[in-house]
Design a protein around this ligand. Structure first.
Ligand SMILES: Nc1ncnc2c1ncn2[C@@H]1O[C@H](COP(=O)(O)OP(=O)(O)OP(=O)(O)O)[C@@H](O)[C@H]1O
Ligand SMILES: O[C@H]1[C@H](O)[C@@H](O)[C@H](O)[C@@H](O)[C@H]1O
Length: 396
């Protein structure tokens, strides 16, 4: 797929100041051809509650969901390192993602969240807030010195509890050719209160945070539709490409001079936790396979749908993964010169976008079938909503 000149967007991240330009040039050679990524954000404990009752206890943290997707679907030549912090109480050290990508151990307890799902019938609005979050423990922040002293092709800033400090994000930007950021790492505030235990999670305006000045050196900023008003899409899109995820409605991309809507995939939702994290990792995977941003967003939607189909960090069926990889092998493009390691990104959809959606929809159907296959143990009911789950045949 050779993008038309009109389809090739401006250099990302923009090298606005000469110092940055010079630095980028010096570093270009050091990045080399290796496709190594850097994931920064801590694993955590998630406790899911409904009607005052614990309905699930799982491994959480965007880094866990992200690692899971990157491990599953990155091209063979790509690898990544994770910088995460947990305490001595961490209960999931032997789960696949933390086992492959261990954390730094701190004396403080592991970050933990209580997610309180409404007992009411789920809202018909696709992007209504689905849960009240409280941060019960916070592990130590991740400091710039915690990051490895080498260059990376790309970085993912995926904090959940304010652990990615502004100076840490700045260091990521220096180390990584392209940085993708989850807005939740930047705009969460934690209001301690006497009752209920822990601190209620709320959002603050990105513009008022020390992260705002770094945006022009970020390649992609992802926000959920709930977070988008705090990000200020119209301002942010002038600095980087902004992606807004819209739950079961898919997502939209906004860049300076253009925007695109990307259609979702069907899913039988059992737990919405980690949809956004898995989306961002799927999107990065799409870029790694050489897709344009709008085409890569299809992979984001695909893995977002996969995440909501299971409780906690999902297990992908090998047949489904094989189908996805085959599609990417067939469709993906300039693997010898992937966009994520180059200086520019193509934003617009390619002429094979619809075909790619159709092929991935086939893999999504396979996922639904495998999920409801009595031979697999993934056929759970929706533990986080009183809504009767959509039947697999009608949802998929
Ligand atoms: N019910 C669903 N059906 C299909 N796809 C979904 C569904 N929910 C989420 N997705 C996919 O996952 C993406 C991210 O979901 P969402 O917008 O809910 O993120 P989020 O609110 O950040 O999630 P979380 O905070 O739970 O990780 C969506 O853009 C969509 O592609
Ligand atoms: O495990 C989850 C997940 O990473 C979500 O994206 C985040 O919003 C929650 O805070 C966390 O508990």
């Amino acid at each position: 797929m050779a993008p038309s000149p009109a389809a090739v967007a401006a250099a990302m991240p923009p090298a606005a100041d000469p110092e940055r330009e010079e630095e980028a040039e010096q570093q270009q050679t050091k990045w080399g051809a290796a496709l190594e990524g850097l994931v920064v954000g801590s694993y955590c404990h998630d406790v899911l509650l409904r009607g005052g009752r614990v309905v699930g206890e799982t491994l959480g943290g965007a880094a866990a969901f992200v690692s899971n997707v990157l491990d599953a679907a990155s091209p063979p030549e790509a690898s990544f390192a994770v910088v995460s912090k947990v305490g001595p109480d961490f209960a999931y050290a032997s789960a696949p993602a933390p086992a492959r990508h261990p954390s730094l151990l701190c004396p403080a307890p592991t970050t933990s969240f209580h997610a309180r799902f409404s007992d009411a019938v789920a809202s018909p609005a696709a992007h209504a807030p689905d849960r009240q979050l409280r941060r019960v423990h916070a592990c130590d922040p991740i400091y710039p010195d915690d990051l490895p002293e080498r260059r990376f092709a790309y970085g993912l800033a995926v904090g959940v509890a304010g652990e990615v400090l502004p100076e840490t994000l700045e260091r990521m930007i220096r180390l990584c050719r392209a940085v993708l950021v989850d807005a939740q790492a930047l705009i969460r505030a934690f209001d301690a209160d006497g009752g209920g235990g822990g601190a209620a999670v709320r959002h603050m305006a990105l513009e008022g945070t020390p992260y705002a000045r770094l945006l022009q050196r970020v390649a992609f900023l992802k926000a959920s539709s709930e977070e988008a008003p705090y990000v200020g899409v119209e301002t942010a899109r002038r600095r980087c490409c902004v992606i807004v995820t819209e739950g079961r409605d898919g997502c939209r991309l906004y860049w300076e001079g253009g925007e695109a809507r990307v259609a979702p995939f069907p899913a039988v939702q059992v737990d919405p936790t980690g949809a956004g994290d898995s989306y961002l990792a799927g999107f990065a995977v799409g870029l790694l396979w050489g897709l344009s941003a709008t085409d890569a967003a299809l992979l984001g939607n695909f893995f977002g749908a996969a995440a909501v189909s299971q409780v906690g960090v999902p297990t992908f069926h090998p047949k489904m993964l094989q189908a996805v990889k085959q599609i990417l092998e067939d469709k993906a493009i300039q693997r010898s010169n992937p966009c994520i390691n180059g200086a520019t990104f193509t934003f617009q959809r390619s002429n094979m976008h619809d075909e790619l959606h159709a092929s991935l929809a086939g893999a999504a159907r396979l996922m639904c079938e495998l999920q409801t296959d009595p031979a697999t143990d993934n056929n759970g009911a929706d533990i986080c909503s009183a809504q009767v789950p959509t039947s697999p045949s009608s949802a998929c």
